[in-house]
Structures are given as C-alpha cells and as structure tokens.
Write a protein that binds this ligand. Structure first.
Ligand code: PGA
Length: 255
C-alpha cells in the first residue's frame, strides 16, 4: 500500500520569541522548493501558528496538545475546532512528556476523537520507558494503542498517524541510549499487527513514524531499515540546517 512519507518537527516549548520562531520556520520553508514526495509538518507552540502559516504553503502546521471539548467553560484550554480554525491540520497527542503530567490513555482517546471530528489528524505517540528482558514493552505499546484508539471507526483509522517513540531514546531523557533501526522495525511490525487485528485492512494506509533523537546522521537508517513511513524529530527540528537535511534524506529515500 502506497503511504506518503512524512517528517514532523516537534518544537516542544521552543523558541522563546515570535521573531526566533519566524526565522527558524522561514529558513526551513525557503529550502523546501524541491520537496514533492514528503509531507512536512511543523508543530510549534500554538501561539506561533497564525504568523507561521503565512510564511509557507508547503509546510503543514500542527499542535502539540488539545482539549477534548468543543467550546465552553474550560479555563486555560484550547479546542480542536479552534486549532483547525487557526490553521493547524495535525496534532501530536499522547507525547511521553504530556503523559508524565498524568495524561492517561483514556484522556488521549477523548482528544483523538475530538480532533478527528473537526478534521485534525492525530499523531499518536506510543512507547515504553525502558526495555525489559521479558519483552513486556510490546504489551505496553499494545495497550496504549488499543486504549487510545478505542471506539475509532474503521473509516477514520487511516487519518491517524502513530509515532513510536521509545522514551529511553528521546533526547531529553537523562542517560538516554540510541535506539537502532532494528528496534524500530520490530515495533513497527508489531504495531501493524495490532492495528490489523483491530481495524482489518483499513489500517494498511495508516502511517507509522519513528521518533527519539533522530538526526541527519541516522535518519536514512531508520527510513531504510526501521519499517516506518517517516520521522518525528524533536531537538534536530530546532536547527534549520539539520531539519532540512533530514527532509532531504526522506525525499531521496521515497520511491
Ligand atoms: P528528540 O524528541 O528528537 O529531541 O528526541 C522527539 C520527541 O520527543 O518527539
């Protein structure tokens, strides 16, 4: 099944000012004239979206979280409808940094449903904090997928993107280790099996990404041998040169 490759930049809570955000985004946007086969998404802090969307038609914008409700008395929250209206088309959900604040699979499930209703594509992050000898991490990821995608219709499943991010490989994890393309491949195959058991052949067009300290040196290896359709990039997406290089590698690796 043909699945378009994608590279997603997760800026997290960076940079500090609008000016820096525009500079970084613009430097990436200007270098992407040759991109044809890769979907490029940048997820900045959402208050930057409005200005950034004017700078490029080629880069899709995404958010890093959303509230499951629509409108109403929810102090401090932003809804999927508002994010769509602002110009975002993707939303990262279930990132380990948000799960560490206490977000549960059932919270994430509500957010995914709310996002799908308005046409936002959820990028669901899954992944274990450590690998154990008994391979318990496979069942942890299975539970994350089953609970986060509970009640999602077969029609909607192709709109979801799953990012496998082993927490032990993410750049902000103290004492982190490098994951290998083989680690990614095994999990990607497993995730496809979990999805096809739950959603049947409709899940065949869903894209799986790898994330966890991806950089311009290992991107090709993950894309070639990691069994994934793209990459979710944190730290390296804050460096325009590195991020563009990763996109270039992805473009060249697409058939
Ligand atoms: P990293 O972040 O590339 O800096 O490890 C990835 C992520 O947390 O989404």
């Amino acid at each position: 099944m043909e699945r378009k490759k994608m590279v997603v930049g997760n800026w997290k809570m960076n940079p500090l000012t609008h000016k820096e955000a525009e500079k970084l985004f613009d430097a990436v946007a200007k270098s992407l004239l040759w991109v044809k086969k890769t979907e490029v998404v940048i997820c900045p802090p959402f208050l930057y979206v409005e200005k950034l969307k004017k700078l490029s038609r080629k880069i899709f914008l995404g958010a890093q979280d959303v509230f499951p409700g629509d409108v109403g008395a929810f102090t401090g929250e932003v809804s999927s409808g508002m994010l769509y209206e602002l110009g975002t088309r993707y939303v990262i959900l279930g990132h380990s940094e948000r799960r560490s604040f206490g977000e549960s699979n059932s919270d994430i499930n509500k957010k995914i449903k709310g996002a799908l209703v308005v046409g936002l594509r959820p990028i669901l992050c899954v992944g274990e904090s450590a690998r154990d000898e008994n391979h318990g991490y496979f069942s942890l990821v299975k539970t994350q997928i089953e609970e986060c995608l509970a009640g999602i219709s077969k029609n909607s499943i192709s709109k979801v993107i799953i990012a496998y991010e082993p927490i032990w490989a993410i750049s902000s994890t103290p004492g982190r280790k490098d994951a290998t393309a083989q680690d990614s491949l095994e999990m990607a195959i497993f995730i496809r099996k979990v999805l096809s058991d739950k959603f049947g052949k409709d899940s065949g067009s869903l894209r799986i990404l790898y994330g966890g300290s991806v950089n311009e040196k290992d991107a090709l290896e993950f894309l070639k041998n990691g069994g994934v359709d793209g990459l979710l990039v944190g730290k390296a997406s804050l460096d325009a040169k590195k991020f563009v290089e990763i996109i270039k590698i992805c473009e060249q690796s697409s058939k």
